[in-house]
Design a protein around this ligand. Structure first.
Ligand SMILES: Cc1cc2nc3c(=O)[nH]c(=O)nc-3n(C[C@H](O)[C@H](O)[C@H](O)COP(=O)(O)OP(=O)(O)OC[C@H]3O[C@@H](n4cnc5c(N)ncnc54)[C@H](O)[C@@H]3O)c2cc1C
Ligand code: FES
Length: 376
């Protein structure tokens, strides 16, 4: 069963076979998360005043297989430093020859500004992935509620694009929150999709009208009242949410107050700080006072660390360069083989069971339980 199958079964039939024939069977291939690809930029699209989409093809031109909602980790040399960040693949897996990411320019941000200012057609970008478990596969449902804010629209857009491409007319209520009408990403495309697919209903809510005096949609934030108006059956829906940490926290509260089952709530955080593996609870802190030695097999370096810290943070403190991005056990960038010793790893889907069996661990969410030798 391929990934598209798993996402939309049992609705797939002819569409699925077409997708299969067009892609995977004729040269399509899975992109293992540990494998680095060189992507070539072929188009840059201005989505809003501070959001651009970048479209890429692989260096060998082969299609790439991923699930809607997954992200890739891009890597670039910015001012002489290697910088890595995660970006959701905003395009759909049903169009596997062009991968797109949609990036918001973050004031003072290294990678987002670099991409906005430098990434042009013909330029290359290194990328790892795809990774991530924020896909419809985790909770196949007859009815979905997609809630997004700002650039958090990207995983839900990939899911919606895939559904439209496959002609599935799935029952989706998609509510996107933006600062002003001018900040709504994919506004026209979503409106067009809603015309194509009667059971897809798209709504926008803006905090203010900005320069758009013609805005006739609601002003303010998503409320239970709006939710009940647009999705009166929201209690029956599988909820997928993505946006800034504050937005997602407000959404969780609102749904809880409305009686929605938390087991049917799924979210993706773009907020690096929000998901950093927490320090141990007070009762574990005594045990975590132990210190261990970490040796690096390739460089012959070593450092000591407290068991309460993650191996990644200790390595960085010791001046050891370890590739990393999300710091949440999601992207797989910090995956490293542990040659000797044991760690306690609490990841968020950034590593597969078979990789764990082979001795790999994610250093950003692993704490040592003995001395270690790492393949670094
Ligand atoms: C799974 C996942 C998927 C994602 N998908 C998307 C997506 O589809 N689209 C998207 O736009 N983003 C996405 N992101 C977020 C993205 O990875 C980056 O975090 C974002 O683009 C900012 O990166 P940056 O390098 O520009 O900013 P950074 O350089 O990381 O800076 C981030 C913020 O911290 C501040 N800052 C930086 N250094 C310091 C410092 N020393 N002291 C104080 N403040 C500082 C900056 O001013 C800025 O406000 C995703 C993240 C994850 C984890
Ligand atoms: S840095 Fe993303 S999994 Fe460790």
């Amino acid at each position: 069963m391929n990934s598209v199958d798993r996402i939309f079964a049992p609705a797939l039939d002819l569409d699925d076979r077409l997708a299969d024939a067009a892609t995977w069977e004729h040269g399509g291939r899975l992109w293992p998360s540990a494998e680095q690809q060189t992507l070539t930029c072929c188009r840059v699209i201005d989505e809003t005043h501070d959001i651009k989409s970048f479209e890429f093809r692989t260096a060998d031109g082969l299609p790439v297989r991923f699930e809607p909602g997954q992200f890739m980790t891009v890597s670039a040399n910015v001012h002489g430093q290697s910088v890595e960040r995660c970006y959701t693949i905003s395009s759909a897996p049903t169009r596997p020859f062009l991968l797109s990411i949609t990036v918001k320019r973050v004031p003072g941000g290294i990678m987002s500004n670099w991409l906005h200012d430098n990434m042009k057609p013909g330029c290359h970008l290194r990328a790892y992935g795809p990774s991530g478990a924020f896909t419809p596969t985790i909770a196949p449902a007859a009815k979905s509620l997609y809630l997004s804010a700002g650039s958090g629209v990207t995983p839900l857009m990939s899911m919606t694009r895939a559904s439209i491409d496959l002609g599935l007319d799935r029952d989706i209520v998609f509510i996107h929150s933006a600062r002003t009408p001018a900040d709504i990403v994919f506004r026209d495309e979503l409106a067009r999709f809603a015309k194509l697919s009667p059971r897809l209903r798209v709504f926008f809510v803006c905090e203010g009208i900005g320069d758009d005096a013609a805005w006739n949609g609601p002003i303010g934030r998503l409320s239970l009242q709006l939710l009940m108006q647009w999705a009166p059956d929201y209690l029956e829906r599988e909820v997928f949410t993505c946006g800034p940490a504050g937005y997602m926290s407000a959404v969780r509260t609102l749904l809880r107050e409305g009686g929605h089952d938390p087991a049917r709530y799924h979210q993706e955080s773009f907020d690096i700080g929000a998901g950093v593996a927490p320090e141990p609870a007070q009762k574990e802190a005594g045990a975590a006072q132990e210190t261990f030695t970490v040796k690096l097999s390739r460089s012959s370096k070593s450092f000591t660390m407290n068991a309460s810290h993650t191996v990644l943070s200790a390595a960085k403190k010791a001046g050891v360069a370890v590739p990393s991005s999300c710091s949440q056990g999601m992207c797989g960038t910090c995956k490293t083989k542990v040659l000797e010793g044991t760690v306690d790893m609490k990841h968020n889907g950034g590593i597969r069971d078979r990789e764990v069996q082979k001795g790999f661990r994610l250093l950003c969410c692993s704490r040592p339980t003995s001395d270690l030798v790492l393949e670094l």
